[in-house]
Design a protein around this ligand. Sequence first.
Ligand SMILES: Cc1cc2nc3c(=O)[nH]c(=O)nc-3n(C[C@H](O)[C@H](O)[C@H](O)COP(=O)(O)OP(=O)(O)OC[C@H]3O[C@@H](n4cnc5c(N)ncnc54)[C@H](O)[C@@H]3O)c2cc1C
Length: 384
Amino acid sequence: MTDTLHSVDIAIVGAGPVGMALALALAGGPYSVLLIDSRQRGASAGDPRALALSHGTRQLLERLGAWNSPLATPIQTIHVSQRGGFGRTLIDATDYGIPALGYVMRYRDLAATLDRRMATSRLLSNCTVVKILANRDAANITLDDDGETRSIAARLVVHAEGTPGNDEGVRVCDYRQHALVAEVRPLAGHAHRAWERFTPDGPLALLPLAQDYSVVFTMPPDKASEHIKLDEQAFLAALRTQFGSRIDFVASGPRASFPLALRVRRQLTVQRQVWIGNAAQSLHPVSGQGFNLGLRDAWELAEALLTRAGGDPGDAAALAFYTQGRRIDRVGSMGFTDGIVRLFSNDLGPLQVARGLGLLSLDLLPPLRHFVARRMIWGARAWP
Ligand SMILES: Cc1cc2nc3c(=O)[nH]c(=O)nc-3n(C[C@H](O)[C@H](O)[C@H](O)COP(=O)(O)OP(=O)(O)OC[C@H]3O[C@@H](n4cnc5c(N)ncnc54)[C@H](O)[C@@H]3O)c2cc1C
C-alpha cells in the first residue's frame, strides 16, 4: 500500500554529518525541510573513524552552533615523510597565525553533536529511499518504512546518502587499497603532532586524538585482512616497522577496514535533485578532505537556497548556479587527493626520487609549503 505522508519544500536523503549540517544551515529559513535516513537515530555511535577537520571546517561548524571543542584534538604540526626514501617536511600552525592547523574528532562525536543541535528538525529514521521520480513541479520520493511503502513530494531532493554504488552516473576509480583504522596509545605523548608517512603500500597517517593516535593505515586489501587478524602486539610491531625508532606504541583498540575508491558523480544536478557530500564525491582519506569538502557543499547549497528565499528551491537556474560555484573546490580537492595517492602509493625507484625531491622542495621553499598548508587549512579559499 502506498501512503502519501506529506509534501515538503526540501527533502534531504541521508542524515550523516553532511545532511545534518545542511538541515542546520537551513533551519529558521523559509523552507520546510525533512531529513530521511535508513538507519536508526544514533546508529553512527559505532563508527570507528576519526576525521581530520580543517580550521575552515571549525569555523563553519561554529557558525552552525555545532563545534564541540572538548571533543576536538588540535593538530599543531604535521610531519610528512616517505618510508625508505629521503625528504621530509614539517608544517607548523605558528607559521599561519592560527591556533591549530586542524582538529581530529571521532565521526561518532561529530554526528552526535550535529544531531543534538538539530533536535527540533524533522527526521524520519529507519526509512530507506528506494525511488525518486521527478517532474516539472515536484520530486516524488518512495520510501520503505519498515516494510511499508510511503511517498513524499518535495520541491527539491538533496542527495546526502553517502558513498554511491557503481551506478552509471558515477565515475569510479578503484585504488585497490583498504584503510585500516584503529586508535593506538603512544609510549610518549603526541605533542599535538600528526604524521603522514608514505609507504610503498599506501599512505599511513597518525592523527592526535585525545591521549592517543587515530591510525589510518592504507594497504592492499589482502594485507588489510591479514592486519585485521593480527593480535595486538603483532599489530603494534607492524606499525613500529613503519616508523622506525621515531615513535613507539603500547596499546591498540579494535580495528576496522574500509575499501577505498574515488567515486565522482558526473552530474551534480538533474531535475529537482542535487548531490552533496560523499554522494557527490567520495575521496581517498589521505589528505583528510572528504568531510571538509562535503561540509562546504552543504554550506554553499544552503547559501544558494537562502539567497533566493521564498523562491522555488528546485529551480534549475539556482541549482546550476550552485554547481558552477562548487567546480573549483571540487575539482581542486579531488585532483589534490588523487594526485597524492598516485604519486605516493608505489615503490618505483624514479618516483621515489621525485617524491624525495618534492618533500625536500616543500621543506626548502616556504611558498610551496604554504600553498599545501593553506589547502589543508582553508580548502577552497586556498585556490586562486
Ligand atoms: C577511513 C576513513 C577516514 C576518513 N578520514 C577523513 C578525514 O580525516 N577528514 C575528512 O574530512 N574526511 C574523512 N573521511 C571521509 C568522511 O568520512 C566522509 O566524507 C563523510 O563521512 C561524508 O559524510 P556524508 O554525510 O556525505 O555521508 P555518510 O557519512 O556516509 O552518511 C550518509 C547517511 O545516509 C544514510 N543513507 C544511505 N543510503 C540511504 C537511503 N537510500 N535512504 C536514506 N538514507 C540513506 C546513511 O544511513 C548515512 O547516515 C574518511 C573516510 C574514511 C572511510
